[in-house]
Design a protein around this ligand. Sequence first.
Ligand SMILES: [Zn+2]
Length: 329
Amino acid sequence: MARLHKGIKFGSFFSIDPTEKSELAVISHAHSDHLRSHIKLIGTPPTVDLARLHYKKFEGVTREYHQKFEIGPASIELAPAGHMLGSAQVIIDWHGERIVYTGDFKLEENYTCPGAAIHSCDVLLIDTTYGMPYYKFPPLSECREKLLEFVTKNIAAEITPVILAYSFGKAQEAMMILKNEGVEMDVYAKAFEAAQIYKAHNIAIDNVFLLNEKPKPGRAVILPPGAFRHVNPRGWGRFRTCFLSGWTLGKKYGSRGGNGYGIPFSDHASFDDIVRYVETARPKRVYTLFGPPDIAEYLNRIGFKAEAVNLDSGNFISRKSAGNMDLFL
Ligand SMILES: [Zn+2]
């Protein structure tokens, strides 16, 4: 039996992205909301290395993309997810059904990882973080232009450009864009450590320095969102912030004041790409994860059997049922 409860559990054999400490966990990518302190962790080589920045003690087992392996009755393959370096979709053949878990995914290619391909399947568990129609992201090239404009204009005006970007993934995308233009960066410790692992996996990040008390004039700064709660910018002189996130398109972002300027640079699929994935994969059943229930309702209207579910509790989000959910036999 496979079911949702604190991850995707395949009998007693293994779990995918479990949210509790597990004996054997297959991990889609190295973001903290997909990781716990597991006994044994299977992931791509960059994911296992990046996971060590969160947890030290685990047995790491690496699998390359498209290298098939078996656990109990399951035949498993990891495939690029386009979300960050090492991020993987998990394709499982289980008792005659093909199950695909996209993990956090994006179809478009990034500077540090290939885009996700669409995989046909019987059961699809899909990341719908941006499952609202107004999340339509501009192409990456446009985000790049805006970021470069923000950085070069401010440096020319002797104002420090501060880029707010998550330390794993988004920060390294920004680093690649800026180093290609010869910009030097002072970066937050976590993003700096992650960048060393990216470099070890042949991502040509350069011009990156560990941020000390204050940035060097003429450099850009990369910090995680919310860093000013514990980073004191006293003595920095004039600076301006720019938030790199798909959330900057959200209805609430502007009204909350956001963090000032923002670029809708996303590492997740847009609403249209989520729908495109489902229409192309043609699954018999779809479970939408990490997003609003609206996307499941939309998929039902266009002819798919879809439910919004919670990976952690296993509950349906779109109706009031309690308890764990059996997904498939
Ligand atoms: Zn993620």
